[in-house]
Write a protein that binds this ligand. Sequence first.
Ligand SMILES: *[C@@H]1O[C@H](CO)[C@@H](O)[C@H](O)[C@H]1NC(C)=O
Ligand SMILES: *[C@@H]1O[C@H](CO)[C@@H](O)[C@H](O)[C@H]1NC(C)=O
Ligand SMILES: *[C@@H]1O[C@H](CO)[C@@H](O)[C@H](O)[C@H]1NC(C)=O
Ligand SMILES: *[C@@H]1O[C@H](CO)[C@@H](O)[C@H](O)[C@H]1NC(C)=O
Ligand SMILES: *[C@@H]1O[C@H](CO)[C@@H](O)[C@H](O)[C@H]1NC(C)=O
Ligand SMILES: *[C@@H]1O[C@H](CO)[C@@H](O)[C@H](O)[C@H]1NC(C)=O
Ligand SMILES: *[C@@H]1O[C@H](CO)[C@@H](O)[C@H](O)[C@H]1NC(C)=O
Ligand SMILES: *[C@@H]1O[C@H](CO)[C@@H](O)[C@H](O)[C@H]1NC(C)=O
Ligand SMILES: *[C@@H]1O[C@H](CO)[C@@H](O)[C@H](O)[C@H]1NC(C)=O
Ligand SMILES: *[C@@H]1O[C@H](CO)[C@@H](O)[C@H](O)[C@H]1NC(C)=O
Ligand SMILES: *[C@@H]1O[C@H](CO)[C@@H](O)[C@H](O)[C@H]1NC(C)=O
Ligand SMILES: *[C@@H]1O[C@H](CO)[C@@H](O)[C@H](O)[C@H]1NC(C)=O
Length: 696
Amino acid sequence: MRTMSCSGRAGQVIFCLVILKLYCQLTVSQLCPKDESYALLQLKDGFEYDESASLDCSPPYPRMASWKSRTDCCSWDGVACHGVTGHVIALDLSCSGLRGNLSSNSCLFHLSHLRRLNLAFNYFNRSSIPPEFGMFSSLTHLNLSSTWFSGQVPTEISHLSKLISLDLSLNEPLILEAPAMKMIVQNLTQPRIMWIARHLPVSNWSSSLEQLNLGSTSFSGGLPDIIGNLDSIKVLDLANCAFYGSVPASLGNLQQLNQLDLSYNNWTGQIPDVFGNLSKLNSLSLQNGNFSGMLPSSVFNLTELLRLDLSQNQLEGTLPDYICGLDNVTYLDLSYNLLSGTIPSCLFGLPSVVRFKFNNNHLTGELGDHWSKSLLEIRLESNKINGRIPPSISGLVNLTNFDVSSNNLSGIVDLNLFSNMKNLWGLDLSHNSLSVVTNNIRNSTWPQFYKLALSSCNIIEFPDFLKIQNQLNFLSLSHNRIHGEIPKWLSAKGMQSLQYLDLSHNFLTIVNELPPSLQYLDLTSNLLQQPFPILPQSMYILLIANNKLTGEIPPWICNITTFQIINLSNNSLSSNIPQCLGNFSTELSVLNLRSNSFHGTIPGSFTEGNKVRSLDLNGNELEGSLPLSLANCKMLEVLDLGNNYINDSFPLWLQTLPKLQVLVLRSNRLHGSIGNPTVISPFSSLRIIDLSHESL
Ligand SMILES: *[C@@H]1O[C@H](CO)[C@@H](O)[C@H](O)[C@H]1NC(C)=O
Ligand SMILES: *[C@@H]1O[C@H](CO)[C@@H](O)[C@H](O)[C@H]1NC(C)=O
Ligand SMILES: *[C@@H]1O[C@H](CO)[C@@H](O)[C@H](O)[C@H]1NC(C)=O
Ligand SMILES: *[C@@H]1O[C@H](CO)[C@@H](O)[C@H](O)[C@H]1NC(C)=O
Ligand SMILES: *[C@@H]1O[C@H](CO)[C@@H](O)[C@H](O)[C@H]1NC(C)=O
Ligand SMILES: *[C@@H]1O[C@H](CO)[C@@H](O)[C@H](O)[C@H]1NC(C)=O
Ligand SMILES: *[C@@H]1O[C@H](CO)[C@@H](O)[C@H](O)[C@H]1NC(C)=O
Ligand SMILES: *[C@@H]1O[C@H](CO)[C@@H](O)[C@H](O)[C@H]1NC(C)=O
Ligand SMILES: *[C@@H]1O[C@H](CO)[C@@H](O)[C@H](O)[C@H]1NC(C)=O
Ligand SMILES: *[C@@H]1O[C@H](CO)[C@@H](O)[C@H](O)[C@H]1NC(C)=O
Ligand SMILES: *[C@@H]1O[C@H](CO)[C@@H](O)[C@H](O)[C@H]1NC(C)=O
Ligand SMILES: *[C@@H]1O[C@H](CO)[C@@H](O)[C@H](O)[C@H]1NC(C)=O
């Protein structure tokens, strides 16, 4: 027999005997153990209910109101029990309008099996957080956000070794001093830990803390200067914490730092020069931090760096030669910035570099001739690099990804350069001035690509080696000079996983079968002169504009309910537009059937909630009236129905479309008067309206 004593209504201590466990098990109908049921009722008794205690909730909701003795506590609002043992394992009393002290002898602490406890948005009268919280040894989630506790956060919180989420936010009077902070940070090591504190509840941080990991914690404030007091810190992870403002210069004091991660925040201004002072850094991650200004060249003096990521900022400036002193760096990512100037050719030969990403900048210069043997990934796309692709690249037999697309490279490239790279899964040479030779392909060790893009490479036939590919996902051969039929093997066994196929801007005449998993197909600007091709069910983007397709759009197209974009403009399609095109896909956003020979009426099946942004049926032979269901297209930005035979009055009822910017109805048979708007801001986004050649 166990004895329990805990406090119900504050001050008045109640003793009770707990019924034998055995007895509990005999009364099978009662799921919830009696002692826990009793503790909950005592807890309820301990508080006043007062809406104003949960002011920030809309509306406050007294979950405890449903708690009645002699009922199964597992069915009470906010209470959840273990399916087998019946123990109370979760308690959610957030926004319950509780007002009063929560003291050490509260019955709450008898619920020793709790895994989740949420007391957020109640008023605990500025009492201190009882150290007994440390006794919930199974607790994974503790939420004390906006609870009006005050004083020190007890070090006992650090006993909660299973904690995944701790929310102490919105508690101005709470103090988390260095000793408690240290224990908490060191003991709460679960990988997903969140420390949500919108205002850092820290009064005085000091030395001896070696690791502070607040990644993915939402602070939404500035990083206080006091951070510079953590002068023993080695690992500081403040990624994705919604910090804003500038990075405090006091970080320069943290001479012991090995790892600094400030990525995914919304910092203002430059990357501070003080980082150049942190000579022990081996990992510096500042990606997507909203940094601007000049590239802080001082960081390239950090010769111990193994990992440097400055990507996705707005950094300007040129790369200094001494960047090549980063002897140990394995990961070097400066992509998606505004860097300009010549790329130092020594950079390609950094002795340890494995992943090298300078893509999406404005860099000039040529590719080096001396490549580091350790390279696995080279990303240089979208720059202004010129010159040739050096033959020495073929020595990188372990390369996995090589992307130099959208530069100014020139010359002839024999694809055999890459044939020995058996792990190469990505190759993109598109949009340069290269002439890629794809015949005479050696057979033996040819890589199996996942992504292959050879757009605008002066290719005149489908490369033969495609026949021996069997895991291709992405293939682009657009803007080449390939003539004739799309070969049948393109839908054969080896192409089962192809999802993206771009063959636009060639001279293709016939498309037969298509790969079965295709999602994206671009055949724009070819010479296809045939009926509508049969499409796989998985399609979501179909672009076949500027061809000579004939016949009708087959009605089965509406069975492909994943379509987002369909562009069939400038073909010779005729017959009726399938009526189902208005409502077959909830994702459809663009339907362009411009300049064909469709007749019949405009599909009238647009249902509410559709996502159509652009509907272009200009230049057909459509007749009849305008379907009223167009008013359901609330996302519509462009509606072009010009050059048809539509016979109706002006569709004033389109005035309610909030996003409509372009409305073209010219050269139809509209009549009557335009009428007076009946809503307050009719056509509120309209910028272009073309009603010429109408008798309105
Ligand atoms: C609540 O706690 C405070 C200070 O801890 C104490 O002064 C007060 O008497 C308590 N209130 C009640 C109703 O016991
Ligand atoms: C809140 O605390 C004050 C003193 O700090 C005390 O006088 C008051 O009784 C407490 N209120 C409740 C509801 O416990
Ligand atoms: C804590 O509870 C409040 C109120 O229910 C909620 O808004 C907040 O997101 C919770 N915090 C966490 C970390 O889940
Ligand atoms: C850390 O957690 C362990 C159990 O996981 C516990 O024994 C120890 O007391 C805790 N240390 C601190 C400082 O809380
Ligand atoms: C921080 O702690 C140090 C020594 O531990 C003390 O001298 C200083 O006054 C404290 N600062 C604050 C703001 O509490
Ligand atoms: C760099 O570190 C030295 C101490 O090693 C310190 O005196 C100096 O102020 C620091 N500079 C900056 C800019 O933080
Ligand atoms: C970043 O901060 C600026 C103000 O400094 C604000 O305008 C902007 O919306 C913020 N961006 C994000 C993504 O929070
Ligand atoms: C970096 O090193 C170069 C060459 O050693 C030196 O000229 C430059 O002043 C250093 N920059 C910083 C910010 O330490
Ligand atoms: C960096 O490389 C040098 C040799 O080039 C080596 O002595 C040093 O230990 C390396 N540093 C790290 C952190 O790996
Ligand atoms: C390629 O990788 C293999 C195995 O990982 C390794 O033995 C070989 O030295 C590497 N080749 C080069 C040129 O680095
Ligand atoms: C590859 O080798 C096979 C025989 O192993 C041969 O039939 C085929 O034509 C070769 N393909 C190419 C592209 O050389
Ligand atoms: C389209 O779907 C309908 C009804 O689900 C079915 O009867 C028809 O056979 C399908 N057509 C094709 C071509 O898949």
